[in-house]
Design a protein around this ligand. Structure first.
Ligand code: B12
Ligand code: SF4
Length: 497
């Protein structure tokens, strides 16, 4: 028996644990396994302690930064201290980016970096001593330790998504995830992953660091057939495509949209502005007709020079974003534009101010556009100029898991406080005060609780500040935010695309 653990990943929402279901799809018929999801209120340690008494030897934990990392660390620490013979295996983005730091901890035995559909089984076969099993040193993507030495094997290549069988949804209580609440996209929203990687190499993005410009998509036919299955079996009403870049191939998007047109499903995905601006009007129309309600874009900045420093690639520039705002308005597909401010440039204040003005320009063209503002947090992407610039300016990562799970670094992970020495408190205030005013003057459409009079009150409050560019100390807005409990438009956006 193997236990796959999804430590709690957020306070405000969760979706079916696709990372673990994907591993499960390959374990089916080979190893007996169970999925334990702390997002559903289960205490993983208690469950694991019982399973270990009944012979459980292997625990696989999926680890994203922040809250999930904290949970993964405390589960591993408690289990390893009480049951040192159990093997603890970490996978997922955090461990893939920081395998040395993870394995320096006495509580984790193995890290599988990147995609692990096959390597997880190879590791289990090897530990079980199955005939013909590979030696640890031959398993792609594996990092392991012997004594004080940590070894890293060559990288595991992502597999063709068409080879992934339909996920074993029967292993989780799908209804519990679907009943989590109505989203802007519709009722009973499910998360689905239809491609891996991304063809671009943006210097601030964890995806680029892991996939190095590789993208592989599940065919439109298989993707649509899974969605139709989910509609028939679980009556889903909406889909969030969690792909890093769902819209890479126009034909795949068109064919998928055509196949689900008429099902009455709302959907959302992540795209690059320059890619979709090259789509034909026919594709845009098909997307709109088939229920595409909102698209998340990595707008990043209006500074074309900075885009080059970011290695954004493609043909994206400030004009692309203005054209995109216009086009999205025409087809009624809300653009959710994510900006990254506070980059390591020679004039941080000027660059932030320029972007804030630009955001107002976008809103003037398309008031429905949602704006998400992140502050630049370096990712472990050694060959990028941005990472180098960050290091030269005095930034470095924690060297232990204990430090990573401290409140200071948890805020870094959540992009609340990037801890970059060039971003001073006044920069931070400037960004957050603007954001508060913007979200009052234009309350987000995706917050279903803010309707009618609440919207009017907020708009009125934000109005004079927004029109006079005076954002300092917006206490009245902060108080209203507390009273009305409205939120920033960031929940629909998972990644920086
Ligand atoms: C869905 C999602 C979420 C959901 C989680 C939903 C859930 N299950 O409950 C929510 C919304 C909660 C979330 C939150 C956050 N997320 Co998130 N999230 C994603 C997203 C979009 C999809 C993950 C997914 O399901 N992938 C599908 C599966 C099939 O792929 P996979 O996870 O890579 O799994 C494979 C391998 O990694 C490996 N693997 C994974 N787990 C395990 C476990 C074991 C044991 C093994 C052996 C292998 C293994 O094998 C799998 C199959 O090959 C990714 C981006 C992406 N497209 O992957 C970001 C992503 C993982 N998130 C990220 C981040 C930063 C966050 C946040 C910390 C911050 C934020 N502002 O978004 C928050 C944390 C919130 C908190 N309070 O702590 C980053 C991580 C980057 C990094 N530097 O490490 C990503 C990559 C987005 C990005 N591009 O920046 N997220
Ligand atoms: S930021 Fe978006 S486009 Fe750039 S590498 Fe990451 S996922 Fe791809």
């Amino acid at each position: 028996m193997i236990a796959l653990i999804n430590p709690k990943s957020a306070n405000w929402g969760f979706r079916v644990p696709n990372s673990l279901l994907t591993l499960g799809a390959f374990l089916e018929g080979r190893y007996d396994y169970t999925i334990i999801d702390e997002n559903l209120g289960v205490n993983a340690v208690n469950k694991l302690a019982k399973l270990i008494q009944n012979g459980l030897k292997y625990i696989g934990i999926t680890v994203m930064p922040a809250m999930q990392l904290r949970g993964a660390y405390s589960i591993s620490k408690e289990i390893k201290t009480r049951f040192p013979e159990v093997n603890i295996i970490w996978g997922g983005y955090f461990s893939s980016m920081h395998p040395n730091t993870v394995l320096k901890s006495p509580y984790i035995d193995f890290v599988l970096k990147g995609h692990a559909e096959y390597s997880f089984i190879e590791l289990l076969d090897s530990l079980e001593g199955k005939p013909g099993a590979k030696a640890l040193s031959q398993i792609a993507g594996l990092s392991y330790k012997s004594g004080d030495t940590i070894s890293h094997n060559q990288k595991a290549e992502p597999i063709d998504p068409d080879l992934i069988p339909r996920l074993p949804y029967h292993k989780v209580d799908v209804d519990k995830y679907l009943n989590f609440g109505k989203t802007y996209l519709g009722p009973r929203t499910i998360g689905y992953h239809s491609s891996v990687g991304c063809p671009f190499l943006c210097g601030f993005c964890a995806v680029a660091g892991i996939y190095k410009g590789k993208w592989l998509g599940r065919s439109a036919e298989l993707t649509a057939s899974d969605i139709i299955f989910l509609k028939e079996k679980y009556n889903i009403g909406a889909v969030e495509f969690h792909d890093n870049n769902f819209f890479v191939a126009e034909k795949r998007v068109y064919d998928f949209a055509k196949a689900v047109n008429g099902l009455g499903i709302g959907w959302w995905g992540e795209a690059r502005p320059d890619t979709v601006m090259k789509f034909s009007d026919e594709t845009w129309q098909m997307m709109a007709d088939a229920g595409c309600k909102m698209i998340f874009y990595g707008a990043e900045t209006s500074n074309d020079e900075l885009l080059k420093l970011m290695h954004k690639g493609g043909t994206q520039n400030a004009q692309t974003l203005l054209d995109l705002a216009e086009k999205s308005k025409k087809y009624g597909i809300v653009p959710e534009l994510s900006f990254v401010l506070g980059n390591p440039t020679d004039n941080v204040t000027r660059d932030i101010e320029t972007d804030l003005k630009f955001i107002k320009k976008i809103k003037a063209i398309n008031p429905a556009a949602e704006i998400v503002i992140y502050t630049y947090s370096p990712v472990n992407f050694e060959d990028s100029e941005m990472s180098l610039a960050a290091k030269l300016k005095g930034f470095d990562y924690p060297k232990s898991l204990e430090e990573w799970v401290s409140p200071k670094w948890q805020n870094f992970d959540l992009r609340k406080n990037p801890l970059t020495p060039w971003l001073k408190p006044h920069h931070f205030k400037m960004i957050r005060n603007f954001e508060k005013t913007l979200n009052a003057y234009y309350p987000t459409n995706s917050d279903l609780k803010i309707k009618g009079w609440k919207r009017s009150v907020l708009k009125l409050l934000g109005s004079w500040r927004y029109k006079t560019d005076f954002y300092t100390a917006p206490y009245e807005i902060m108080l209203t935010q507390k009273l009305l409990k409205y939120r920033q438009p960031e929940i629909e956006g998972f990644a920086q695309s």
